[in-house]
Design a protein. Structure first.
Length: 324
């Protein structure tokens, strides 16, 4: 029996939030004909313009068939559906009957406004994390995740992370072989793990008095970078530095240094023919085992697995015949 997948859009939605998952499910249906029926839905039927000006045509969500899965798009226009009682009622009603209810990027605001995420784990685009936590403190936000599943509720980070979430759903529905084939057709990772960091550590932590210090640390990862050393560089006492750094960046100095190191190490593993041992030394981990544990905490996979995945994607890009 075909699964009906609904994609909820609204004026000024982010085009790729909808188009990315739509393409993934469409390709999955090519591999397994009849697996999915896709429905683009909106409060008002007809042409719905995205924030780019490009438009999709949608049916009224009140006319939607019983859905197996609802995926709410994000984008600049999310503010309106998040305060629209008809849209929130539709989300609540669908949640009660659908197997899965999901959001991409800031579409998480709609699910939260509907009360569906209270006490649940969720994620959203990293730029919106602080605002989201302020507005919806009852949600257990995990801002450093590509996507999160909590029971029947799914949420994903910014834009392309919706494809990662869709691939995970396809894998659960049709098996990993089909999900892998879809990823190959899309020429994307199969799959970035949900626990992988969604943004640059420097981007996350910058924006305050410690910007210069973070940039210096990023260029000197081979140093010990202890709290005392960082405090000295910042011309502060260690105790005051540690307190203010955590307040300013939302991270302890040790965790911030680890994030900078794993990010740099992953970039080297992806782009340089260096041994893992050499990467560990160059980025300040000192030994491969310490780096492996840090990778597992941050990405959910060891360095060797991520290197193999990067090589697989590069190979696919080089051999892909192009879109069909």
């Amino acid at each position: 029996m075909a699964r009906d997948i609904g994609f909820l859009i609204f004026p000024d939605f982010q085009l790729l939030d909808a188009a990315g998952p739509i393409a993934a499910f469409e390709i999955a249906d090519r591999f397994t004909p009849g697996a999915y029926r896709l429905h683009v839905l909106a409060r008002e039927p007809g042409r719905v313009a995205s924030s780019s000006g490009a438009a999709m045509y949608a049916a009224a969500f009140e006319d939607a068939p019983p859905l197996d899965t609802l995926i709410v798009s994000g984008g600049e226009g999310t503010r309106s559906p998040a305060i629209c009682e008809a849209t929130l009622a539709f989300a609540r009603a669908t949640f009660r009957t659908a197997r899965r209810t999901a959001s991409v990027c800031s579409g998480t605001y709609v699910l939260a406004a509907a009360g569906l995420l209270d006490g649940r784990r969720a994620t959203t685009h990293w730029r919106r994390s602080k605002d989201f936590q302020r507005r919806y403190p009852a949600v257990r936000l995990e801002p450093d995740r590509i996507f999160v599943q909590d029971g029947s509720l799914w949420s994903s980070a910014g834009i392309t992370a919706g494809i990662d979430m869709a691939l995970a759903m396809i894998g659960a529905d049709l098996g990993e072989d089909i999900a892998r084939g879809v990823a190959q057709q899309l020429v994307v990772y199969h799959r970035r793990p949900g626990g992988q960091s969604q943004f640059s550590a420097l981007l996350e932590m910058q924006g305050g008095r410690f910007d210069d210090l973070l940039a210096w640390a990023r260029e000197n990862l081979a140093l010990p970078l202890t709290v005392d050393q960082l405090a000295q560089q910042a011309a502060m006492s260690p105790r005051n530095f540690a307190r203010l750094f955590a307040m300013e960046t939302g991270s302890t100095p040790a965790k911030a240094v680890e994030r900078l190191r794993v990010e740099a190490a992953r970039a080297l593993l992806d782009s340089q023919p260096l041994q893992v041992e050499d990467v560990a030394l160059e980025t300040g981990f000192g030994d491969p085992e310490r780096m492996r544990r840090a990778f597992l905490r941050t990405f959910g996979q060891p360095p060797q697995a991520l290197r193999r995945a990067a090589r697989s994607v590069r190979s696919a890009l080089e051999t892909s015949p192009g879109p069909s």
